[in-house]
Design a protein around this ligand. Structure first.
Ligand code: RAM
Length: 354
């Protein structure tokens, strides 16, 4: 079978899945709406909310999806979940095209590459399908709002402070990031670089940024290379859940006196954090809650309750108000929370939560 016919079969199966899952609009109802000219208010649109993560095989993404589904299912609406197997922009683009054809109620996406997704996401917006991003922002002109896990500056400051703390303020450090095209990672790294100009961090020297593409083996190999290349390395900062696990394992396997800090899941990092020698603490927010917020925001857009304009106030669970603010990329965002610290004192309590 040729590659082309195989991908046609995959697309066909995908469309069938959308229809079976209730996310497809039948041509019958479309025709009826068109025939009459007037809006048939007796036909209720089936609401279907789509979530597209950066890739499968990442527990962080699974927790987001779980939170998203819980809220949408609870509201009695349909969800469509897509986690690209290879973690490529190409896979995401193909799926967005299908979602446009099926006129879903809202698309929530964590773009692997915001520039590559830009045009297809704009096509969705032009087709009157709201597009929001979560985890990592889509470009300002191809999203209505970004559901940002935490402020860029807050994350950057938390991470560089950790580097300063575990190094004693002196020495070389390196970053093990996820994809070189990840807008969230790049924004955090740029903000860390800016902060490192401060006198407070003048004893620190950033030697390299390596990319593990949210792939455990690649992140592990990248860490091994860093350890070989820089024998004086003191700290590795990995602002990715996959990267931090791989970096800690590589440091453990080589026995090098290097500390690892960054963003990790308590469930995946407990073995290191409870010992504290390689990794004294990690930071993270609740990914399940990020998924829940993404679901609330998706439904609000799907029902045209909000526009994503700066200053809009979003009330969640009758008590919590989130204000839409201008993001550093000039688009708009809503900030879900702050990075939370997990160390020896609380990691056991949290490792079974996420
Ligand atoms: C990884 C992803 C995600 C990042 C988290 C902390 O799983 O790259 O984008 O925000 O880690």
């Amino acid at each position: 079978m040729t590659k082309r016919s195989l991908s046609s079969i995959i697309v066909l199966l995908f469309v069938l899945c959308l229809i079976v899952s209730g996310c497809g609009k039948s041509s019958k109802s479309k025709k009826k709406e068109k025939e009459n000219g007037a809006i048939d208010i007796t036909i209720q649109d089936e609401e279907c909310y789509a979530i597209i993560t950066k890739g499968s095989g990442n527990a962080y993404n699974d927790h987001i999806v779980e939170g998203f589904k819980a809220i949408i299912d609870g509201a009695g609406k349909q969800t469509f979940v897509y986690q690209p197997e290879k973690g490529t922009a190409k896979e995401q683009i193909q799926v967005v095209r299908e979602l446009i054809a099926n006129k879903v109620s809202c698309i929530a996406i964590a773009p692997v590459d915001a520039d590559a997704l830009d045009s297809v996401l704009q096509d969705a917006i032009d087709a009157d399908i709201p597009v929001i991003s979560f985890d990592t922002p889509a470009n300002p002109d191809s999203r209505l709002l970004d559901v940002n896990e935490s402020g860029t500056e807050e994350i950057a400051e938390t991470l560089i402070e950790a580097v300063r703390d575990v190094s004693g303020g002196q020495g070389y450090w390196a970053i093990v990031s996820s994809f070189s095209t990840s807008a969230n990672q790049n924004a955090w790294i740029a903000a860390m670089r800016e902060l490192s100009e401060d006198d407070k961090y003048k004893g620190l020297g950033l030697v390299e940024i390596a990319y593990g593409d949210d792939d455990y083996h690649k992140s592990y190999d990248q860490t091994i290379s860093l350890l070989k290349k820089y024998p004086d390395l003191k700290v590795i900062c990995a602002p990715t859940t996959i990267g931090i696990q791989a970096a800690a394992a590589a440091v453990k396997d080589t026995g090098k006196p290097v500390k690892v800090v960054g963003l990790g899941l308590p469930s995946e990092m407990a073995e290191y954090v409870s010992k504290g020698d390689i990794c004294p603490y990690i930071y993270m927010w609740n990914p399940n809650y990020l998924g829940q917020m993404t679901a609330y925001v998706s439904m609000a857009f799907g029902n045209r309750k909000i526009t994503g304009e700066e200053g809009e106030q979003l009330l969640v669970d009758n008590h919590q108000i989130y204000e839409v603010r201008k993001a550093s990329d000039e688009g708009t965002e809503v900030i879900v929370g702050n990075p939370f610290r997990f160390d020896k004192s609380n990691i056991d309590e949290w490792k079974s939560v996420y």
